[in-house]
Design a protein around this ligand. Sequence first.
Ligand SMILES: [Zn+2]
Ligand SMILES: [Zn+2]
Length: 176
Amino acid sequence: MICPNCKLKLKKIIFRNTEIDYCPKCLGIWFEEDELRRAKDDKDQELNWLDIDLWQDQAQLAVAITEKQCPFCSQPLYAVDYGQSGVRVEVCNNCKGVWLERGEFKKIIDYLQEKKEKEVLDNYTANLLAEAKEVFTGPEPFRSELRDFLAVSKLLKYKLLAQYPQILDIIISLPK
Ligand SMILES: [Zn+2]
Ligand SMILES: [Zn+2]
């Protein structure tokens, strides 16, 4: 798979049975749909009910086609913005994968902090950190952001996927 920004080959990391592809240059991350659907352990379910106000309100979703191509199937990626959050993710309407630029991690964490959701996520991810350090083989800048990385990847799994039908509705209704 090829980075939508740099056109370099994406590398893989595996964490908790979840395979994630990332670009070694721009450190963008690609989540495939199967990976997003994988939700088996109890800890994951704890996060499932968290009422996080991100991607929840269809009226706040803004979707637009981009020049970037899906790393997996080369279809155009669609940018999904949410209200005043400043958070943007890019999705493929064909394979349902999600591309996340490096800077978006911080924006999502900042947004949660503002909404007072951060503490819950910190408690959740703290338990995973020791284990993660042993198995994580990504580049150094990544490792230092592991806590945020875990929080955001979990959020993506549950919150974004839950709203996917709405996002797809908007994509379908976009002018061609
Ligand atoms: Zn890249
Ligand atoms: Zn795709």
